[in-house]
Design a binder for this molecule. Structure first.
Ligand SMILES: [Zn+2]
Length: 301
């Protein structure tokens, strides 16, 4: 692994020397932040994601190519809150002081977030809960894209102050578009407001709160812990009693438990992408939420 990284770094510095133009090179943890960074940075930036579109954001395998990207990055934008717990090891290996925590190009997109499910006592991940700093799935509330874009704009302005008006304007434009689209998405889900939804993982608390749906229960008894047969039986029993119609799950997950629960409870499984490009229909930030909202609305019909 170390030998691979060393040669990858050499190759990286060679490629960097031959890169054309003076774009700000931005690296993001995932494809959703990649799309947001492209929207804010426009033609002043080149953006690449570390994770692939279909990855489980909690479980991304570090690769030598990621270290190379971070070594060249002028800005590194991450989701934070330990959702990207796989980041610190590769960030450290990159040796790039500009994008280390506290560096000019370091950007934690969760900064200033109104955290949901903040723990009252410090949790121990070995106890079977991966959300130790509160719920980290804030990017699934489309309004939090504005927060991420603002944090990215601030980082771009720190490393490239000459283009401050440009980044500021594009951030404003993105914010306006999110607000306009949000009104349309809310309209589409207005008729199912207040209805209960079972989710696979606690990925949806920000989304459900935004659209006024009720999180009824989860397939996982705790975030990151697979269900026991007893947990599934209890869930199915109460879903049937309360007429829960929809089980919402991420498309990267196995269909095994959702299918089982659907067969026994009669609820419909709604499988959706949770990052840009994780589905052919979700090619950008707005299409991602179009897809989630449309599939969810259809699930109740
Ligand atoms: Zn999670």
């Amino acid at each position: 692994m170390y030998k691979q990284i060393a040669s990858a770094l050499l190759l990286g510095s060679f490629l960097m020397g031959s890169r054309a133009g003076a774009d700000v090179y931005v690296v993001t943890t995932d494809t959703t932040l990649e799309d947001i960074a492209k929207r804010v940075g426009g033609n002043k930036v080149t953006v690449e994601s570390l994770a692939r579109a279909g990855d489980d954001p909690h479980q991304v395998d570090p690769r030598p190519s990621m270290v190379v990207k971070l070594a060249r990055a002028k800005v590194f934008a991450r989701i934070g809150m330990d959702l990207d717990i796989w980041v610190p090891a590769i960030l450290d290996k990159s040796g790039n002081s500009q994008v280390q925590v506290g560096g000019k190009g370091y950007c934690d997109c969760s900064q200033n977030l109104r955290i949901l499910e903040a723990p009252t006592a410090k949790l121990d991940p070995s106890q079977g809960d991966v959300h130790v700093y509160g719920n980290p799935h804030y990017l699934l509330d489309p309004a939090n894209g504005i927060l991420a874009a603002g944090n990215i704009a601030a980082a771009l302005i720190r490393v490239d102050p000459a283009n401050q008006p440009y980044y500021h304007q594009r951030f404003q434009d993105f914010g306006k578009e999110v607000v306009a689209r949000l009104a349309k998405w809310k309209e589409k889900l207005a008729s199912v407001k207040g209805l209960p939804v079972v989710t696979y993982h606690r990925s949806w608390v920000y989304f459900l709160a935004r659209f006024g749906l009720k999180e009824y229960g989860t397939v996982e008894p705790k975030p990151g812990i697979p269900p026991s047969p007893g947990h599934i039986n209890d869930l199915v029993k109460s879903m049937k009693a309360d007429g829960v119609k929809v089980l919402l799950t991420e498309s990267f997950r196995s269909a095994r438990f959702p299918t089982l629960i659907s067969e026994q409870s009669g609820a419909k499984v709604v499988s959706v992408p949770v990052a840009v490009d994780a589905d052919p229909a979700a090619g950008d930030y707005f299409k991602l939420f179009d897809t989630i909202v449309d599939r969810l609305a259809a699930g109740f019909r």
